[in-house]
Design a protein around this ligand. Structure first.
Ligand SMILES: Cc1ncc(C[n+]2csc(CCOP(=O)(O)OP(=O)(O)O)c2C)c(N)n1
Ligand SMILES: [Mg+2]
Length: 325
């Protein structure tokens, strides 16, 4: 479909959410490098179209599982940057009251299962969430985000097989950013694509451009509708690129210069902005206005997080168990 098939509000909404992820990540990177923010971090720059495209195809009551690289998924599913920034600072106003940090970011009220940093670990959890929806006859959908590395984990295959035989309402999204940490995908996959493995489970699978936010949205919408209407799981491989290191101190010297240069030209936000402007769906001033608003939102989140209290030692044992009603 062309841009003309969508309202300007919808298109600018996609743009805004991608920019919010990028500006959040860029600010966080500097806070870390300045030594102001504790812990370690895996950042999402360059992959924004994957999270935003997929999550825009979801309802608020649908549920996602995430990875060690969760910030983009959380923002795309509707979590606020305030509760996320506070979580990164380890403050009580954070989404996990400051006890989870980057790699356990999540908020069930927004449909985000707190992230699991075990590579591939979200796959069986998403199958379980989808099985619960099916057993309760709720028309809700689970989405598992994972990386190319996650797709080579044993748990991933078990989950895919179970999801397939039980026609579970789940979509498996592989963000193929060409590297698992520093390992290039070509060294660890014998197949041309990862999606072609879907035939082994008897489910549909497709590989698409993961830096085209509208294309991701449209393909995800089909997969989500198939899942919601009882058609079972889909394997969706999104081709993308991490335009930052694997974790915060990684200079990514293993990424060839030419490859990085091409990836920067193809990064999803600039690409979508150019398309919006050239097809007259938005003016440069509108886009600049959004960029500025988003910067202010992120700055306000930093200020609020830094002013918030840290958890008390005596609170350490709270929130460990959930009472079942
Ligand atoms: C089971 C397991 N093995 C190894 C690690 C260490 N580790 C963290 S991220 C990562 C690479 C994951 O690559 P991929 O799934 O492609 O995700 P990306 O980092 O590219 O987003 C590794 C090996 C881990 N967290 N869990
Ligand atoms: Mg990867």
């Amino acid at each position: 479909m062309s841009l003309g098939d969508y309202t300007p509000e919808f298109l600018l909404g996609l743009y805004r959410r991608m920019v919010l992820i990028r500006k959040f990540e860029e600010r966080v990177k500097f806070l870390f490098l300045e030594g102001i923010m504790p812990g370690t971090i895996h950042q999402y720059m360059g992959q924004e179209a994957c999270a935003v495209g997929v999550c825009t195809a979801l309802r608020d009551d649908d549920v996602i599982t995430s990875t060690h690289r969760p910030h983009g998924h959380c923002i795309a599913k509707g979590m606020g940057v305030g509760e996320m920034m506070a979580e990164l600072f380890g403050r009580t106003t954070g989404c996990c009251k400051g006890k989870g940090g980057s790699m356990h970011m999540g908020d069930l009220s927004r449909g985000v299962v707190p992230a699991v940093a075990i590579v591939g670990g979200g796959a069986p959890i998403a199958a379980g969430v989808a099985l619960a929806f099916k057993m309760k006859k709720e028309k809700r959908v689970a989405v598992c985000f994972t990386g190319d590395g996650g797709a080579n984990e044993g748990a991933f295959h078990e989950a895919m097989n179970m999801a397939a035989i039980w026609d579970l309402p789940v979509v498996y999204v592989i963000e193929n950013n060409l590297y698992g940490a520093s390992t290039p995908v070509r060294m660890v996959f014998k197949t041309e694509t990862i999606a072609e493995r879907s035939s082994a489970y008897g489910i549909p699978g497709v590989t698409i451009d993961g830096n085209d936010v509208l294309g991701v949205y449209e393909t995800a919408r089909e997969a989500v509708e198939r899942a919601r209407s009882g058609g079972g799981p889909t394997l969706l491989e999104l081709m993308t690129y991490r335009i930052t290191g694997h974790s915060r101190r990684d200079p990514a010297l293993y990424q060839p210069e030419q490859e990085k240069k091409k990836a920067l030209e193809n990064e999803p936000i600039g690409r979508f902005a150019r398309r919006l402007a050239s097809e007259a769906s938005a003016t440069r001033e509108q886009l600049d206005g959004i960029d500025k608003e988003v910067e202010e939102e992120v700055e306000a989140a930093v200020a609020a997080a830094m002013a918030a209290p840290s958890p008390r030692p005596e609170d350490a044992l709270e929130d460990l168990f959930v009472e079942q009603g």
